[in-house]
Design a protein around this ligand. Sequence first.
Ligand SMILES: Nc1ncnc2c1ncn2[C@@H]1O[C@H](COP(=O)(O)OP(=O)(O)OP(=O)(O)O)[C@@H](O)[C@H]1O
Ligand SMILES: O=C(O)[C@H](O)[C@@H](O)[C@H](O)[C@H](O)CO
Length: 239
Amino acid sequence: MLTTLSVPLAYISTRPRHATLPAQMATVPRSPNSLSVSNVMSSEQTMQSKRPALVIIMGTSGCGKSTIGEGLAATLEVPFIDGDNLHPQSNVDKMSRGEPLTDQDREPWLQRIHKHAQELSDAAENRNSKRPVILIACSALKKIYRDTLRGEEHVNDDTHFLPIQTFFLYLKGSREALQKRMAARKGHFMTERMLASQLQTLEEPDLSTEKDVREVDIDRSREEVLAEAVAATQTLLDL
Ligand SMILES: Nc1ncnc2c1ncn2[C@@H]1O[C@H](COP(=O)(O)OP(=O)(O)OP(=O)(O)O)[C@@H](O)[C@H]1O
Ligand SMILES: O=C(O)[C@H](O)[C@@H](O)[C@H](O)[C@H](O)CO
């Protein structure tokens, strides 16, 4: 488990929350030479390309969420938060005793992750037309958990600067690979005894319906997994 990383200063602004879009995003800039509508981005496209993105690195315990999340954050120069650090203490205590979490245990945690990401993106400086991106490691094992993280019910909540858009990077591994990695890891509250319940709970994303998910096969070196994760994140952010 990694500790929570602080958000780089470049991402923090003192701007108050906006209920409306800032002027530069609500209008489409036109140069005198580009009169054709097809030459300019529609304001909807502009807004979409600026909409802050939350990329959830998901999968069972031991799949490499913290390891790959850290590497991705360093490569893409964006903030990374380990979702383990947002669990209520009661959840950590429960997992440490070897007891799997229930839907009720996970619900406040998932809500907290979504809220935390939205707050970070509300505070993000919208510089140089760069899209703010936040990475969070979170198991997101079931479809209903992923829907909570998608937070679509908050999209029309106009207290936010722009509602965050959620994507998932699923680190997929065989039982054998996961078992081996958990067994080799020392000093983590989640021991390999918990793997069976993690796999039992896991509802693998259906890529034909959950179009905001990309899969990455973890059964390779860290460098290879990271390279694929970087490429997959870039394709996700172009959606
Ligand atoms: N590609 C890889 N090859 C070999 N070992 C790896 C690879 N990726 C991660 N590991 C190792 O596997 C173990 C599990 O990785 P990590 O702790 O990042 O997983 P996690 O998904 O964050 O787990 P948890 O959810 O339980 O915190 C760690 O000891 C890590 O160093
Ligand atoms: O959904 C869950 O069962 C938990 O979130 C776990 O996945 C842990 O957070 C993590 O894997 C422990 O390190």
